[in-house]
Design a protein. Structure first.
Length: 274
């Protein structure tokens, strides 16, 4: 009988997660025998939930809000990108019994932008809105694309400045408050704030987004997000949501666990047309 390896995503909330569907589609496509479930974890029960899952034979986990920092602390070993991000969204049980922590969010974003959406990042002016975990997880991969400069803007300027200091060795980077952005135009604007989850848009000065600007929201939904609608009203050249990033980061987790790279395009199309 074929062994079915167990994987899961842990978070709170988790009912909305598309990860089980995405990984089952990857498994069908690549001929892999896996099961994958979404597990709701109580706010202070993450370490216990992980231990219970692994003891029951689990092989790997995706980790989402609010446990990515805890997963970083729990891992026995960290990939270079997880070490840099300070957060883990993928855990893998190694044959030795040790737990490897990785972060696939940044590579997922960059692949979606460059490979799927044909958005040029090299030599471009980039703006990231927000200075929380979502922004931190993608900074290094974005800077590896060699933009002319990258600005992190946040409602609280100190958080953006602190974050820019942590990554300043990787490129031309600065942090500031939203109100300090006035007058500068950007080629690519990425919304990494939590405002979109409430259907809100950060309070931004006019002129940031123009006819040459591509806008990307890490949030996704069945309709254009609040940030996408705002960008369209500002005359943005193009607007995208984060569904492709979700699928691309999942594909990188799947490759880490199974040693095979699934095709993401058909999965993105399937989810988009559901």
């Amino acid at each position: 009988m074929t062994q079915v390896d167990r994987y899961a995503v842990m978070g709170n909330p988790i009912a909305h997660s598309k990860s089980p569907q995405i990984h089952q589609l990857f498994a069908q496509q690549t001929g892999q025998s896996i099961s994958y479930q979404a597990i709701l974890v109580e706010k202070h029960g993450f370490a216990e939930a992980v231990a219970e899952f692994l003891t029951a034979g689990g092989k790997g986990l995706n980790v989402t809000v609010p446990f990515k920092q805890e997963a970083w602390q729990l891992a026995d070993q960290l990939s270079a990108r997880a070490q840099r991000a300070g957060a883990v969204n993928t855990l893998m049980l190694r044959e030795s019994g040790s737990l490897l922590g990785d972060n696939t969010d940044g590579v997922g974003l960059v692949r979606d932008l460059t490979a799927n959406l044909a958005v040029e990042l090299a030599g471009k002016r980039l703006l990231i809105l927000g200075a929380g975990g979502a922004a931190r997880g993608v900074l290094a991969p974005l800077l590896e694309q060699d933009p002319t400069h990258l600005v992190i803007a946040n409602r609280t300027a100190e958080r953006a400045e602190e974050l820019s200091g942590l990554f300043s060795d990787l490129g031309d980077l600065k942090g500031c408050g939203f109100d300090a952005l006035g007058g500068e135009a950007f080629d690519v604007v990425i919304n990494a704030t939590a405002a979109g989850l409430q259907g809100e848009v950060p309070d931004l000065p006019e002129g940031l987004i123009g006819p040459e600007t591509c806008c990307y929201d890490m949030v996704y939904g069945s309709a254009p997000t609040a940030f996408m609608r705002y960008a369209q009203q500002c005359g943005a050249r193009c607007t995208f949501d984060g569904l492709g990033m979700l699928v691309e980061q999942a594909a990188e987790s799947f490759r880490l666990w199974r040693g095979v790279s699934p095709e993401t395009g058909p999965v993105i199309d399937f989810l988009r047309h559901q």
